[in-house]
Design a protein around this ligand. Structure first.
Ligand code: 5GP
Length: 180
């Protein structure tokens, strides 16, 4: 039934699993080479399916924490996010790996990275399942990217339209008539 609302599938459940295996391996090797273990900080709610899949393939004793933020509506300013749910733990001297569903303009992650560094994090790296590089407004370093995403509004595997479609097991494009 949900399937009927999807115009096309961009990344299948199998594509995503394979990508998570590769990313998890890369993250494991990178941090192990430096003798470090990241704190995985997932941004609610969209990154939950990605975090769940990715962390199975990170062979390090990672810990998890969660943040929920929203952008201030109607402002073009950079670096303004409203923290709805903050991390449970202090981050001073901690190596943080942010796990995000999609990077679009880059504003959200730019703000969160700065906030975490301001709080004393030793380092903030970013791992995103999807990236829309041509939409970038703020220059940020994204350390791990699953897939480059075409400039279309995508849903599924955590990504929503009006809070729906997060539970689709793949990433797809919604039919246009459902926006109007
Ligand atoms: P940024 O601050 O990088 O512009 O925005 C990132 C956030 O915008 C993502 O966490 C996500 O919530 C939302 N977003 C950007 N592009 C899409 C998209 O194609 N589909 C969905 N569902 N959300 C998107």
């Amino acid at each position: 039934m949900l399937q009927q609302d999807v115009k096309k599938v961009l990344f299948s459940a199998e594509d995503i699993t394979e990508k998570c295996k590769a990313l998890g391996k890369q993250i494991t090797e990178d941090y192990a080479a430096r003798g470090e273990v990241p704190l995985l900080v997932a941004l609610l709610k969209g990154s939950i399916p990605f975090l769940s899949e990715l962390m199975k393939y990170i062979d390090l004793p990672v810990e998890l924490d969660f943040m929920d933020v929203s952008s201030y509506d109607g402002t073009e300013s950079v670096g303004e996010v409203h923290v709805i749910k903050d991390l449970d733990r202090a981050v001073k001297d901690v190596n943080i790996l942010i796990v995000e569903d999609i990077v679009d303009t880059g504003r959200t992650l730019h703000s969160i990275s700065n906030l975490l560094l301001y709080k004393g994090a030793k380092e903030v790296r970013i791992c995103t399942l999807l990236d829309k590089p041509e939409r970038r407004v703020v220059d940020i370093d994204v350390d791990y990217v699953g897939f480059n995403c075409p400039n279309e509004f995508v849903i599924g595997f955590g990504l929503d339209f009006n809070e729906k479609y997060r539970n689709l097991p793949y990433i797809g494009v919604l039919k246009e008539e459902l926006y109007q």
